[in-house]
Design a protein around this ligand. Structure first.
Ligand code: NAD
Ligand code: UPG
Length: 681
């Protein structure tokens, strides 16, 4: 039996187990041994606590500064100001951008969090009484940077002072050094589908994960906990443990699985209000203690009851299964869409009717042109490959059917467009509205739009115009030439049929047919609220418990609970501060409110870009503000469909691949609408 003592504390707080019971670890028989003195007499609980209360987590290193690593590390750092969180990546360009005004990815709310955790904050004073005035300018609510100023601005009401905060989020390329300093190393590198060799097109490509594991094995400090954040095949933890043993025989490391469930476009909301945190560990005292240490990091903002612990392989498998089941629901409803198109039933009505049954539920039943994104396809295929390798071909076949149905939905839509246009696109202009794989993101990985464009190009059209409210045109051009061919692109009037537009109305001008391929709110006919970064930050959901007038649809979260005294250096949770930040911004009534505004007056200036900053250069060249996703997407409100209709060519075809427009309204405007999951002409 191992006598290794983990450096982590035994935390007696409760963590829920999968069966709903409460586990107060350590629970294994081995764990109880620590309660005995060497003389065999039982220890007092206090002595036990003191001996096992080891230093809390002080340093986390996240390897991989991508869609998962960047936002996850930012939220962990925000919520744990006492922990130094370092994000390392082998790509110096990516790291440079995380350290600049141009982070490499856009997620609503991310910039606000980055600015607090990466840049630190200054002392500020804010008014902690609910606003009793009606909606209007935020000036009367605006906190200032000094109490005296606030006192005058706040009509003599007392302000409270918030201490400055030191930066605790660092981005670096020094992978080995940062790993060697960490108590917890999270591996969040890409795990795509293998595209060549054994298992090509199905198995997970573990190249990046394996490379990082080997660096971790060589440099991690003894006793460190290694966390799989990447989505990996079941039993990868064994491979990590073996690699560690190979490089560092006799040195103890714990390996945990802690898969991520965030979705693109809502990453910050998903991280801040996660419905569950899943941690898989070895069923040993040291495994449980490592699990508790990681749970303590999350419990800074996630209720303990939402932290689920399982064995390490269940956790790995649960991530693959979660994505496969979600993908399966979409394929199921898309298969029914095909039946609806042939019968006269309407897929939205069917979805509503079945979704009312709580056993089925209403989420993830939106029919369309199929799912895209970097995860669903690869994770379903990974599960199918796992089944194959376990000699369960029937199981593998079942899950491959989900992918087959997804491709069928996409191809059926493209075929319907061509069929409606008399089976020829020659001499015609078609406009593709939406290039990202889902709304409110500039992520285009596995976007169904790309394959639809490929099919349309093969028909020899005069022009395929593309507009996306969130993607940067120059990046779209670069991708199209990479995925399709450079020849298909038309730039400065020369080249192939594909033209990327910055302006939606120009893209639709003189078009024969519009295709909605992403579910952006802009395309909807029902009134859409003007979205902004702040829309997805935490708000205060319990109006009855809080005072203050409703403002911009939000409730004033003040008074925020304060710890540590009446006036000076008060501790307020970052969640509460985000809620106040959101309220002050949203309530401003300013439709252009975006990340970067600072109603609390606590942000430090953003890092300066040098003269040679390539992103500033591109921004100037392209005229696209927020190049590189730093400012992200500010909706300009819904489309003026009347104007679009006026400038289109007859018979005003509109193919709604995402069921976002109201068919009656559009037909009244004169469009000829064809919708997924509804019988056509
Ligand atoms: N994207 C999502 O929404 C999402 C959500 C949940 C889980 N996941 C999973 O999380 C993992 C990461 O996904 P992602 O979307 O963040 O990927 P990503 O491609 O955006 O980022 C991965 C990063 O890892 C870096 N990297 C690769 N090899 C490295 C090495 N040897 N050393 C240092 N850095 C290295 C890359 O340079 C890149 O910046 C995947 O397993 C994915 O399946 C993704
Ligand atoms: O009813 C629906 C819901 C979604 N979609 C499409 O499905 C795709 C995926 O959407 P979504 O799941 O919202 O985005 P992802 O960012 O791919 O997130 C999924 O993949 C992540 C990566 O593993 C997981 O962490 C998330 O939990 C999981 O939702 C998009 O193309 C959507 O348009 C539909 O067609 N119909």
């Amino acid at each position: 039996m191992s006598t290794f003592l983990s450096p982590y504390p035994v935390d007696s707080e409760e963590v829920s187990t999968l069966d709903g019971s409460i586990s107060t670890t350590p629970t294994t028989p081995e764990g109880s041994l620590y309660l005995e003195r060497s003389n065999g007499k039982p220890m007092s609980t206090t002595v036990f606590d003191t001996m096992t209360r080891t230093p809390p987590v002080r340093n986390i290193c996240c390897v991989g500064a991508g869609y998962v690593g960047g936002p996850t590390a930012a939220v962990i750092a925000l919520q744990n100001p006492h922990i130094r969180v370092t994000v390392v990546d082998k790509d110096p360009n990516r790291v440079r951008r995380w350290n600049s005004q141009h982070p490499p990815i856009y997620e609503p709310g991310l910039n606000d969090i980055l600015r607090v955790a990466r840049d630190g904050t200054r002392e500020c004073t804010f008014q902690n009484e609910p606003n009793t005035k009606s909606s209007g300018s935020i000036a009367s609510d605006s906190p200032s940077t000094s109490s005296s100023e606030c006192t005058s601005q706040c009509d003599g009401r007392k302000g409270v002072t918030l201490a400055a905060r030191q930066p605790n989020l660092i981005f670096s390329t020094d992978v080995a050094k940062c790993i060697s300093e960490a108590d917890i190393v999270m591996i969040a590198v890409n795990t795509p589908t293998k595209y060549r060799g054994n298992g090509a097109g199905s198995a997970t490509d573990m190249t990046a994960f394996e490379a990082v594991t080997s660096v971790v094995a060589q440099h991690a400090r003894p006793g460190a906990t290694i966390v799989e954040k990447s989505t990996v095949p079941c039993r990868t933890a064994q491979f990590v443990q073996d690699t560690l043993a190979l490089h560092r025989p006799g040195v103890h490391f714990e390996v945990l699985s802690n898969p991520e469930f965030l979705a693109a476009g809502t990453a910050i909301k998903d991280l801040l209000t996660a419905d569950r945190i899943l941690i898989g560990c070895n069923p040993t005292p040291t495994g449980h203690r490592a699990c508790q240490a990681l749970a303590s990091v999350y419990s800074a903002w996630i209720p303990r009851s939402r932290i689920i612990t399982t064995n390490v392989f269940s956790s790995e498998l649960a991530k693959l299964v979660a994505n496969s089941m979600l993908a399966q629901r979409i394929s199921s409803i898309n298969s029914i869409a095909a039946v609806c198109e042939a019968t006269g039933a309407d897929v939205d009505e069917v979805a509503k009717a079945i979704g009312a049954d709580p056993r089925i539920g209403s989420k993830f039943l939106k029919a369309g042109i199929g799912f895209g994104g970097s995860c669903f396809k690869k994770d379903v295929l990974s599960l199918a490959y796992l089944a194959d390798s376990l000699r369960l071909p029937e199981v593998a076949e079942y899950w491959r059917g989900v992918i087959m149905m997804n491709e069928f939905a996409r191809d059926r839509f493209a075929a319907r467009v061509v069929r409606c246009l008399n089976n020829t696109l020659v001499g015609k202009k078609l406009t593709v509205l939406g290039y990202a794989f889902k709304k409110d993101t500039n992520d285009t990985r596995e976007s169904p739009a790309v394959e639809i464009i490929r099919t349309l190009v093969e028909e020899g059209p005069r022009e395929i115009a593309i507009f996306d409210p969130c993607c940067v045109p120059i990046q779209m051009e670069e991708e199209i030439s990479r995925f399709l061919s450079p020849d298909v692109l038309r730039v400065n009037g020369k080249g192939g049929p594909v033209v990327v537009y910055k302006d939606a109305y120009e893209a639709c001008n003189a078009s024969d047919a519009l295709l909605i391929t992403t579910e952006f709110d802009e395309f909807k006919t029902s009134p859409v609220s003007v979205t902004s970064d702040v829309a997805l930050l935490p708000t205060t959901p319990e109006p009855s418990e809080k005072g203050g007038a409703g403002k911009g649809g939000l409730v004033d979260p003040r008074p925020l609970p304060l710890k540590g005294g009446e006036q000076q250096q008060l501790a307020v949770s970052e969640n509460d501060l985000l809620a106040l930040h959101t309220y002050l911004l949203k309530g401003s009534g300013d439709p252009e409110v975006v990340s970067g505004k600072d109603p609390l007056g606590r942000l430090n200036p953003m890092p300066e870009c040098g003269e040679e900053c390539p992103d500033c250069h591109l921004q100037k060249m392209t005229g696209v503000a927020g190049y590189g996703a730093s400012q992200g997407h500010v909706s300009k409100g819904r489309f003026d469909w009347r104007r679009i209709h006026y400038h289109m060519r007859k018979p005003h075809w509109l193919f709604d691949g995402r069921r976002v427009v109201d068919i009656g309204t559009m037909e009244k405007l004169g469009f000829r609408v064809e919708s997924v999951g509804r019988q056509g002409r």
